[in-house]
Design a protein around this ligand. Structure first.
Ligand code: SF4
Length: 242
């Protein structure tokens, strides 16, 4: 079973959090359609029983047709749907909490640095009998800063240990981008925006292209490391150096 796969309704965001794990402050505005994801989600579901599709971004409420996007994803499979938002819309449209709760299985609101609401105000807007399932105040956690995206090919070669178990706080945060499945958002950003696919492909650590892959190849890919593990502080520094 695959616990969940992240998909981006949009790539951009109205906030610019310095520890954004989806790198939205560095991306240009881009709106996606549900049809861009559905065939690949269904293929993975057939191979490995996908339990939940997590719709986020960027900020998904910047999608001009978010309701239709969510309904199309829901109608495409028997998976659960989680919607993750920074909740910027809560003051102007508190009724959307109830409305979107009827469209998705889980509504998760993460308050970030640019959120103006105090915690009691946020609780008033987002919680209650028909409130959000999860309300996280990311402002209280402090900022981890940016991932250390400075590395060299030598570093990757010296530190690579393919026999080490895949340990990461991002573990199984699978992310589907442009037809390719990644172990996490860091790997996706690394391949698509930072380094380039040829670099990863030469190391056999790239993402998995769903439409051209087989179930056997998919199962092999699930057990592989990502090259991104070697410079992503989230996993490597905490676990792989032990
Ligand atoms: S609100 Fe979320 S998606 Fe937007 S910049 Fe902050 S962490 Fe990234």
């Amino acid at each position: 079973m695959i616990g969940h796969i992240d998909i981006h309704a949009v790539e951009h965001c109205n906030y610019h959090c310095r520890d954004c794990g989806h790198f939205s402050p560095h991306k240009t505005a881009q709106v996606h359609q549900a049809a861009d994801f559905i065939p690949d989600l269904q293929a993975v579901h057939n191979w490995a029983e996908l339990a939940e599709v997590c719709v986020l971004g960027g900020e998904p409420f910047l999608h001009p047709e978010l309701r239709a996007f969510l309904r199309d994803i829901r109608n495409a499979g028997d998976w659960r749907i989680r919607l993750v938002t920074n909740g910027f819309w809560g003051e102007g449209h508190p009724e959307w909490v109830r409305e979107y709760k009827q469209i998705v299985d889980t509504l998760q609101v993460c308050l970030h640095g640019e959120t103006r609401l105090t915690w009691p105000e946020a609780q008033s807007v987002f919680c209650g009998a028909h409130g959000a399932d999860e309300l996280w105040d990311k402002r209280q956690e402090g900022s981890g800063g940016w991932l250390p995206l400075l590395f060299s090919e030598t570093d990757l070669g010296d530190r690579f240990d393919p026999s080490h178990p895949y340990l990461c706080s991002w573990r199984e945060c699978y992310a589907l981008h442009e037809g390719t499945l990644y172990h996490c958002a860091v790997q996706a950003y690394s391949e698509q925006h930072l380094v380039g696919r040829a670099f990863w492909a030469a190391r056999n650590t790239d993402g998995f292209h769903v439409a051209t892959g087989t179930k056997e190849q998919f199962e092999q890919w699930l057990g592989r490391h990502s090259a991104a593990c070697h410079f992503c502080r989230t996993g490597y520094e905490g676990h792989l150096q032990e």
